[in-house]
Design a protein around this ligand. Structure first.
Ligand SMILES: C[S@@+](CC[C@H](N)C(=O)[O-])C[C@H]1O[C@@H](n2cnc3c(N)ncnc32)[C@H](O)[C@@H]1O
Length: 295
């Protein structure tokens, strides 16, 4: 996809934690649109945050979002311009640094040669799908996956809402076992399949288009010992029933995409279906949960 021209907004911020916070807010707000958000560190320790838009952005809205999530000093550095037509998503993602999460590290192709040999590397190509590892929800899922794999080797694995395929690829790399990956969004299905092949996990990861559990593949490939689902709080609550029906006894479930204040309602929905919470990670305002289906 080659949108043009491309509109850019950029600003500077003092720390990685502050940059991540504001990127999370902007990613959440602009998730539905043709927008890419990236943050990268400058040699002087400041962080530059850049947004690329297919259409001219609402500058007042951006001022407000940056002011509330980062403060007025940061707003003072906010600048808007247009850049020549190119693959702006790719250009934006090239700025991203590798993300470590337990035994995994998620990186772009430009960092392929810089990954430590003791890490399981997941290479994510620039694309219009969610999941480069930089979002607190993806990192939370990878950290919980790392934890689960210290104690178990799940046989039947599902990644529901796979986006770039990052979690399915990580699971396949660690387990060398079949992983079913699904997404409601056709471009994500294509991107996830491409990324699975790029990461030499194409023989393990099967990607299908499905809304929730509405496809025969789930019954055929289940019941699952491990499900990863990084989608939003409301769909997660609605999926509690269908999810429970597709789980093996003792199965582990990793949920993310919920804001920390939404966690109690999600936990209650799954507890009512026989899943008990084991771990709760909070990263930059996002909750990631590890649950177990009672035997
Ligand atoms: C926040 S992204 C997560 C991507 C990736 N799994 C990660 O952890 O970075 C959520 C993904 O779930 C998909 N999705 C949202 N609702 C869904 C549903 N009801 N069924 C299947 N996929 C869904 C979206 O299209 C999107 O690709």
């Amino acid at each position: 996809m080659q949108p043009s021209p491309t509109h850019r907004a950029s600003f500077s911020i003092g720390s990685e934690a502050a940059a991540r916070r504001v990127v999370d807010v902007l990613t959440e707000v602009f998730f539905e649109g043709d927008t890419a958000v990236a943050a990268f560190e400058r040699p002087d320790g400041q962080w530059d945050v850049t947004l690329h838009f297919a259409e001219a952005p609402d500058q007042t809205l951006l001022h407000e979002l940056v002011a509330t999530s980062a403060g007025n000093d940061v707003v003072a550095t906010l600048a808007f311009d247009t850049v020549e037509a190119k693959d702006w998503v790719k250009a934006s993602l090239e700025d991203l640094v590798p993300v470590p999460a337990g035994r995994f590290v998620v990186h772009g192709s430009h960092d392929r040669d810089r990954v430590a040999p003791n890490k399981l590397a997941v290479e994510i190509e620039a694309a219009l799908a969610f999941g480069t590892g930089h979002h607190g929800t993806t990192r939370g899922c990878l950290l919980l996956l790392d934890h689960v794999l210290k104690h178990a080797r799940p046989r039947r694995v599902l990644d529901l809402g796979t986006g770039t395929g990052v979690l399915a690829i990580a699971a396949a790399k660690a387990l060398h076992r079949a992983v079913l990956a699904s997404d409601i969004d056709p471009p994500s299905v294509r991107v996830a399949a491409e990324n699975a092949a790029l990461n030499e996990t194409g023989q393990y990861v099967r990607v299908i288009r499905a809304t929730g559990f509405a496809a025969p593949d789930f019954a055929k490939r289940g019941p699952f010992d491990l499900v990863l689902a990084n989608i939003l709080a409301n769909p997660l609550r609605q999926l509690a029933g269908p999810m429970a029906r597709h789980l093996a006894p003792g199965a582990r479930v990793i949920l993310s995409g919920l804001l920390t204040h939404q966690a109690p309602a999600v936990i209650a929905a799954y507890r009512a279906r026989g899943l008990i919470p084991l771990r709760h990670l909070r990263i930059e305002g996002w909750s990631s949960l590890l649950l177990r289906k009672v035997d």
